[in-house]
Design a protein around this ligand. Structure first.
Ligand code: ZN
Ligand code: ZN
Ligand code: ZN
Length: 161
């Protein structure tokens, strides 16, 4: 079993091409268009497991050509997050690519490493039921939930637990 945080020496080109292939299949199935800008933004996010802010994406796109308008990057990010091809990490105001399929009932659980800045996604299948119960006990109707957990990944932690 491979960990949520890939080994620092892993061949990331495989992760990146898996993300792009998953995005292409997703868009084909859903009949939505992976336009040039949407693809370019996703390619930047898929470059690494580190989240990127909108302006970091802009700067990276500007290296390859003319600097796109911020609004077109934001629109692409809105599309990618709505389609589940990327997630917004609220506390970092940054985005990561995602090649997984999620159901709405499951909260997203982000593990954010404070050392290498990589973000992993944990699977927590029973957490959705608990989150739902907590919200409903307060008379609150939840639409979506995300949990952002800060700490150290298996490659960065120094304790021997
Ligand atoms: Zn990778
Ligand atoms: Zn995801
Ligand atoms: Zn780490």
């Amino acid at each position: 079993m491979t960990g949520i945080f890939p080994d620092p020496s892993h061949d990331h080109r495989r992760c990146a091409s898996a993300s792009m292939a998953a995005a292409e299949a997703h868009c084909r199935d859903r009949g939505v268009r992976l336009s040039t800008m949407r693809r370019a933004v996703l390619e930047q996010l898929a470059e690494s497991h580190e989240p990127l802010g909108a302006y970091e994406i802009l700067d990276r796109l500007a290296v390859d050509g003319s600097r796109p308008a911020p609004i077109s990057v934001y629109r692409a990010l809105t599309f990618l997050t709505a389609e589940g091809l990327a997630h917004r990490i609220e506390s970092l105001n940054a985005y990561v690519a995602c090649a997984e399929t999620h159901t709405d009932a499951q909260p997203l659980v982000f593990l954010i490493c404070e050392s290498c800045r990589q973000v992993g996604e944990a699977k927590a299948s029973d957490l959705g039921i608990k989150v739902d119960a907590v919200a409903r006990a307060a008379g609150f109707k939840p639409n979506r939930a995300a949990l952002e957990i800060f700490g150290h990944c298996e490659h960065c932690r120094t304790d021997s637990e």
